[in-house]
Design a protein around this ligand. Structure first.
Ligand code: NAP
Length: 252
């Protein structure tokens, strides 16, 4: 039986798992989550949780579970996992596809500052504002911990752990977020600068619209590159088409 491993943790991974689970033609699909979030939104079908133990551990898992294709549908910033997937695919010969939603595009009225890393975002912030909405995720907050003169409102799914900025409000919340809600958040916390990763997708984009409306600068952390040689598609239908075209999966 063909066996597809979906490296997940994203909306697209859940949509792909649901589409494959709805197909009753005997394909085995396993979704994999890192286990970072205390109460993850579980995808349809078989799920495993936790790391594999680097590229070698993943390669061993692919062999043991007779995986016939891997779709790396992790978040665009989960670069370590994407690198591991590329290494394991090269070692085992299992076909690998990256499912990456497109990044966000700047439109007239935006005041974006693109930076290559969270550290670069932290270096730029004091020149842009004093009251920061930080939406770069729980694991990224430490990069801003040394900025004593600024106040941070950080939004994350689970509580962040030290090191943390001295002046910090934490909002525990999970997208999708509405435009009205983002407007109210920016006004209510008197935010004057926003920090985000270029995650792309609709669920967390309204903050960009709200920032534009209010004329606020937004520091946008650029994505890490995909590992070289890994084919990539932007959406679930294209990933389904890639899977359908694989020799081991065609005509199942
Ligand atoms: P990462 O830095 O690329 O990965 C670190 C390690 O976590 C990997 O080496 C791997 O451990 C394990 N891991 C990551 N994703 C995994 C998966 N889907 N299944 C099993 N193990 C996984 O990853 P991250 O940035 O911490 O993200 C962790 C997860 O959260 C990802 O699945 C990602 O899709 C999701 N996520 C990340 C972000 C973000 O901004 N980074 C945002 C939303 C969701 P081993 O080496 O032991 O295999």
């Amino acid at each position: 039986m063909a066996h597809v491993l979906l490296l997940g943790g994203t909306t697209e991974a859940r949509l792909l798992a649901a589409a494959l689970a709805a197909d009753s033609s005997g394909l085995r699909v396993t979704s994999s989550l890192a286990g970072r979030v205390a109460e993850p939104r579980l995808p349809a079908g078989e799920v495993r949780i936790g790391g594999f133990g680097g590229p070698d551990g993943l390669a061993a898992w692919l062999r043991a579970e007779r995986v016939t294709a891997v779709v790396d549908a992790t978040h665009p910033f989960a670069a370590a996992m994407s690198g591991n997937a590329a290494g394991a695919a090269a070692a085992t010969g299992v076909p690998l596809l990256a499912l990456r939603r497109p990044g966000w595009a700047e439109v007239p009225g935006d005041r974006w500052h693109r930076v290559p890393s969270l550290d670069a975002a932290a270096a730029l912030l004091p020149a842009l504002g004093r009251r920061v909405l930080l939406t770069s995720g729980r694991q990224g907050i430490g990069a801003f911990a040394h900025l004593d003169g600024l106040h941070f409102t950080a939004r994350s799914v689970d509580p962040p752990e030290p090191p943390l900025p001295a002046s910090l409000d934490v909002l525990l919340d999970r997208g999708p977020f509405s435009l009205d809600g983002e407007r109210a958040l920016l006004r209510g916390h008197r935010i004057d600068v926003v920090v985000t990763k270029d995650s792309g997708g609709a669920a967390t984009a309204p903050k960009l619209t709200a920032a534009r409306e209010l004329g606020l600068p937004v520091v946008v952390v650029e994505r890490p590159p995909l590992p070289p040689g890994v084919p990539a598609v932007p959406d679930v239908p294209a990933a389904l088409a890639w899977l359908a075209g694989l020799a081991g999966l065609a005509g199942r």
